[in-house]
Design a protein around this ligand. Structure first.
Ligand code: 5GP
Ligand code: MN
Length: 345
């Protein structure tokens, strides 16, 4: 059966729908999650919930909107409620993650659920076998874009972006903007077309840009200056790295989401080919990797950091003591593995 027709039938027949996204949700995860949630609850009048693996960072709390109050839960604040919601759903969407494992805290309940499962995602190597219906495209800017074009094919919208619920349009424009780094990366002709249709439909791009880029606490800029000024190192291979320790997180009163974009900055240096940003957590480092064309951030994250993502933007984790003995060994690990990575090419 045609995928769109299949999707339309599944939504029509479902009585309880849940949407899950990847752990540490970013603008694309929350934008696509909110975009679809608002369509399912608003346009289709369904009992729909967005179930998040973690709390929404303050920096992105503007996305879901008052329209969706009571329709968003997260595992950190309400583990029992989140698991119960997933177990009792008959249709589940996974957005912006290529496998259940990327949902971390929700992985077990998603696996155990016998609901019909739909994947909408733009990452490399999707785990298609775990889903009943898959919308996967990697040559596209974002999950928000893939969701947008998929929704446009539904008879409810029939290609008319102005018939989308306003919150949906706003949220998808937000994820499109953050995942492309404000139209700097992963931009395709369809990306601008989507933006054009949404702006034509009345989405206030200036308001979105203000929320994303001009609404941080002062300490975020101070921390940025400190990381670039004091912490950034560049190797002779062209690897730039910064390590944000727990100590410095406390010193700058760091909150989740406030280092968004830091990893991109070292790419501004001419001879830097790859940039790595490490954030220390309880017994692991969160790893963000970015690369210039010709270098695969995905390959580095996959080979050395238990992760993956996209060719030029990827991430992963380094556990201690499994991958490195202690947090203090992170720098030596990055130096050694990035050198091997470039040497082996
Ligand atoms: P970010 O650096 O912005 O956290 O993530 C960049 C990209 O890498 C995103 O597309 C994200 O989904 C992916 N990514 C981040 N962390 C991980 C991870 O731990 N595992 C995998 N497979 N992908 C990740
Ligand atoms: Mn994404």
């Amino acid at each position: 059966m045609d995928n769109i027709l299949n999707l339309h039938n599944l939504i029509g027949a479902a009585s309880r729908i849940s949407i899950a996204v990847h752990t540490h949700p970013d603008g694309d995860a929350l934008g696509s999650g909110t975009g679809l949630l608002t369509i399912l609850a608003g346009t289709f009048g369904k009992d729909a919930m967005l179930v998040l693996p973690d709390r929404i960072p303050d920096t992105l709390s503007f996305i879901t909107g008052p329209e969706n109050e009571g329709r968003v839960i997260d595992f950190t604040s309400d583990p029992e409620g989140s698991v119960a919601r997933i177990s009792s759903s008959d249709l589940i969407f996974c957005l912006d993650c290529n496998s259940f494992s990327r949902t971390a805290s929700l992985e077990e309940s998603l696996k155990a659920s016998d609901a019909t499962k739909v994947l909408i995602d733009h990452h490399l190597a999707p785990d298609t076998g775990s889903f009943d219906l898959v919308f996967s495209q990697t040559e596209i800017s974002s999950t928000c874009e893939l969701l947008f074009w998929t929704m446009m094919e539904l008879p409810e919208f029939a290609g008319d972006a102005s018939s989308l619920p306003a919150r949906s349009a706003y949220a998808m424009m937000t994820g499109l903007t953050t995942d492309t780094n404000n139209f700097a990366n992963s931009v395709f002709p369809t990306t601008f077309r989507m933006a054009s249709l949404l702006i034509g439909a009345g989405v206030d791009r200036d308001a979105i840009l203000n929320e994303i880029y001009n609404n941080y606490r002062e300490n975020r800029l101070r921390l940025m200056g400190y990381m670039v000024g004091e912490k950034m190192k560049i190797t002779s291979d062209g690897t730039a790295y910064m390590i944000l320790s727990r100590y410095d997180q406390e010193k700058f009163d760091f909150k989740q989401g406030e280092t968004e974009g830091f990893v991109n900055m070292p790419l501004a240096v001419r001879n830097v080919r790859m940039s790595i940003f490490l954030t220390e957590e309880e017994n692991w480092f969160r790893v963000s990797v970015r690369s210039k064309r010709g270098t695969s951030a995905n390959l580095y994250a996959k080979t050395w950091c238990n992760g993956g993502g996209h060719e030029q933007a990827a991430g992963g984790r380094l556990y201690f003591p499994q991958d490195i003995n202690s947090p203090e060994d992170a720098e030596a690990y990055i130096l050694e593995t990035s050198h091997k990575f470039f040497e082996g090419r």
